[in-house]
Design a protein around this ligand. Structure first.
Ligand SMILES: Cc1cc2nc3c(=O)[nH]c(=O)nc-3n(C[C@H](O)[C@H](O)[C@H](O)COP(=O)(O)OP(=O)(O)OC[C@H]3O[C@@H](n4cnc5c(N)ncnc54)[C@H](O)[C@@H]3O)c2cc1C
Length: 327
């Protein structure tokens, strides 16, 4: 807002942040959610100059990539996200994963300079482990840290989450009056609409619908409307259908298919001060290198950032084993 004014905030920044982070942009940390904008300001002296420079760099990077692997902007496993987890599981030794059990307790046991961890699940007695990576949502992580690192637990417990509901629907392309040449729309909150965003999933990921149909995902709720996630399926579907009718000029009577998915407390909200808080949190846990945290609560909510965070947690854990012991 400081650089480009109120209108750019209302019509560009707010809908992107609201649509992607299901958040209230007035409380969010720019450094944590959209660090590329701060970076542009720092390195290029302004957002427009920074944008122009990044376009030049993109073109140069595209030229460099031309002889190597090219990735599209959006990617998803053809058979859905679970295919990814199933693929990972296939590479693990038999019986190395316990499914459908909740970790309910974490304790530290010191043994002659070494330290091991005792993990209790809701299905059995405590078991020892050399290292622990907590990849659970912040509220669970805070509970598990309580007895081993209470100050870190307090910091993690302060990270709030927002809820949203997604109504997925398949409609006939011919019934939509709006242009559909992008990947979706994000809706400024000053429009007073219920939808945060409508994603054109079949444009992002080919093969999701038969020819002539489109798969839309309508995002409702978020930090500014926390009550919406508890609406009935009927109310959510009716609202989503009305939004698609108004925003995309849809003329059909009923979608060909619909489903409601509720994401309760699923999106961490990086409030102002988040980056500094996570730095302090990591420092707090420096003394326990065989205990690592990763997941959407800390350094990025997107799946690529979560994967990067998980790799870094594994590297830090392996490094601690190389060094031999916790302090
Ligand atoms: C509606 C929506 C749309 C999104 N769209 C995109 C997108 O298009 N692209 C993108 O990159 N990102 C997207 N995201 C963000 C991204 O999906 C999430 O931030 C990311 O999946 C979070 O991963 P995670 O591993 O941190 O958490 P989770 O996936 O929530 O994993 C936490 C795991 O901990 C387990 N768990 C909880 N308690 C316990 C316990 N006591 N013991 C053992 N296990 C426990 C849970 O069962 C769960 O499996 C979206 C998020 C939402 C909500």
């Amino acid at each position: 807002m400081r650089r480009l004014g109120r209108e750019v905030f209302d019509r560009l920044v707010e809908p992107i942040v609201g649509g992607i982070f299901t958040a209230d942009p007035k409380t969010l940390s720019m450094a944590a959610t959209l660090p590329q904008f701060l970076n542009m300001e720092r390195t290029s002296g302004g957002l427009i100059r920074g944008y122009l420079r990044s376009k030049q760099e993109d073109a140069a990077a595209a030229a460099r990539r031309a002889s190597g692997a090219r990735y599209e902007q959006f990617m998803a496993p053809r058979d859905g996200m679970s295919a990814w987890i199933d693929g990972l599981a296939k590479h693990l030794p038999a019986n190395s994963v316990s499914l459908n059990c909740r970790v309910v307790g974490l304790a530290r046991e010191r043994q002659a300079g070494d330290s091991s961890w005792m993990i209790t699940t809701d299905q059995g007695s405590p078991q020892p482990f050399d290292g622990v990576i907590l990849a659970t949502p912040a509220s669970v992580t805070a509970r598990l840290l309580q007895s081993v690192a209470p100050e870190a637990a307090a910091m993690v417990s302060e990270i709030p989450y927002a809820s949203s509901a997604v109504v997925a629907m398949i409609v006939n392309r011919a019934d939509i009056g709006a242009r559909m040449d992008g990947f979706g729309v994000v809706v400024p909150s000053n429009q007073g609409r219920a939808a945060l965003a409508i994603s054109y999933s079949s444009n992002k990921y080919p093969g999701r619908t038969p020819e002539g149909e489109v798969l839309l995902r309508v995002f409702l709720g978020g930090a500014l409307r926390p009550e919406v996630v508890d609406w009935s399926d009927t109310d959510l579907q009716r609202t989503a259908v009305n939004e698609v009718r108004d925003i995309l000029a849809w003329k059909g009577s009923q979608p060909n298919w619909q489903a409601v998915i509720r994401w309760k407390n699923a999106m961490p909200q990086y409030l102002v001060g988040h980056v500094a808080k996570i730095q302090r949190l990591r420092q707090q846990l420096d003394g326990l290198p065989s205990l690592q945290l990763c997941g959407a609560a800390y350094e990025g909510v997107g799946i690529p950032q979560c994967v990067r965070g998980a790799k870094q947690a594994v590297e830090r854990l392996c490094h601690s084993w190389k060094l031999g012991e916790d302090n």
